[in-house]
Write a protein that binds this ligand. Structure first.
Ligand SMILES: Cc1ncc(COP(=O)(O)O)c(C=O)c1O
Length: 375
């Protein structure tokens, strides 16, 4: 059997990781400024993570959500504390798309409405509702094109107001920082206005923090820079550090109903062991503060480079926009300088390293990056 060929691959086989470095099958070492697409938060093969998951799998790998699982309650309390959302409830699922899918369902269950406002260039995942609120017609199959979504220009509050006034909008969904859209940060004023409009109209404000959350921006959630409190927050990626998990954080305004949501694997024992190790390590190693400090350093240094048209971002979610496509720069970084980076669209290089990136590693990246640009 062959693999269903949907991924254009770099010709590299990564077989080992440690901290912010990975190695290929030929023993070549790479500096990881990509974090497997914002997934690796506390670092590859972190000893605490390895220990927690190993001891859990040796004890009980899985049982179902039909019995008490105290590990879930334990992780819920830890996520509540680290995020500042102790009064919210949490629903565990397996991925980012599923987290958004359930957030949208909850919204519609609550207010009975069906239309969603999403933003141009948004990415929210590939399950049916998540893909329908994603602004990319190429990945929306005819079966998913059900007319639930109105896409509004990022930042256009007047248009959001007009749409909400029509009375049929269940939710507004927005990323804490747009990733695929080129690392675009919503302004504080825009987020406040969205929150106000949603509160006034019984519309659910959903913050997708799947990529920008879990400490990446230098606060636990990127929207916390604006001081808002959305009705629902979704997260995935970094909270599992590679173990597939997703979470829906739900305001106390929502009343849980038995059977309304459900999952086989969500919140399983291994997922809880992974999330617990992530949160404990983030606290113990001050990784949120580190993301802020090292991110600020990188942003300042990158802004000094003339070849870059614009540097955007917060903490360790950084976009560098160039006038021209970045394919060649990225490829040189990987094959000549042995640095992994990400991309947004054609002209933006995206940095999403583990939050444990040190100042020395950040400096090492700047040196290697400049060497590529100078060639
Ligand atoms: C902002 C955002 N939302 C949702 C998703 C979907 O997450 P997953 O791939 O875990 O389904 C992603 C993944 O890249 C994302 O970046």
């Amino acid at each position: 059997m062959k693999l269903y060929d949907v991924y254009p691959l770099f010709n590299v086989n990564i077989v080992k990781g440690e901290g912010c470095r990975v190695w290929d099958d030929k023993g070549t070492e790479y500096l990881d400024l990509y974090g497997g697409h914002a997934v690796i938060s506390i670092g590859h093969a972190h000893p605490e993570y390895v220990k927690n998951i190993s001891s859990q799998v040796a004890t009980l790998g899985f049982y179902s959500n039909s019995v008490i699982n105290t590990l879930q309650q334990n992780v819920a309390e830890k996520i509540g504390r680290i995020s500042g959302y102790e009064d919210y409830n949490i629903f565990f699922i397996n991925s980012g798309a599923e987290a958004n899918e359930n957030a949208l369902k909850l919204s519609s269950f609550k207010n009975g409405k069906k239309r969603v406002i999403a933003f141009k260039k948004a990415f929210h995942g590939r399950t049916s509702l998540a893909v329908e609120v994603t602004d990319n017609p190429k990945i929306i199959a005819p079966i998913n094109a059900n007319g639930h979504t109105t896409y509004v220009q990022f930042g256009d509050i007047d248009r959001v107001r007009e749409e909400i006034a029509k009375g049929d909008v269940t939710a507004v969904i927005i990323e804490g920082i747009q990733g695929v859209g080129g690392v675009q940060i919503p302004t504080t004023e825009f987020l406040h206005q969205l929150q106000r409009l949603c509160n006034e109209s019984d519309t659910t404000l959903i913050l997708d923090e799947i990529q920008s959350g879990c400490g990446r921006s230098g606060k636990f959630f990127a929207h916390q820079w604006a001081g808002i409190r959305p009705d629902i927050i979704t997260q995935a990626k970094g909270i599992g550090n590679g173990f597939p998990v997703g979470c829906v954080l739900i305001s106390p305004k929502f009343q849980a109903v038995y059977g309304e949501l459900g999952t086989t694997f969500g919140g399983n024992h291994l997922a809880c062991a992974a999330m617990e190790a992530v949160v404990d390590t983030m606290v113990k190693e001050n990784l949120i503060e580190n993301a802020d400090k090292v991110g600020n350093y990188l942003i300042e240094e990158l802004k000094k480079i003339d070849a870059i048209k614009e540097v955007r971002g917060r903490g360790l979610m950084i976009g560098m926009e160039f006038e021209e496509p970045v394919k060649e720069i990225r490829s040189k970084l990987l094959f000549e300088e042995h640095v992994f980076t990400g991309v947004s669209g054609t002209n933006v290089i995206r940095l999403l390293p583990p939050l444990s990136l040190t100042m020395e590693q950040a400096k090492e990246f700047i040196t290697r990056f400049k060497r590529v640009l100078d060639k």
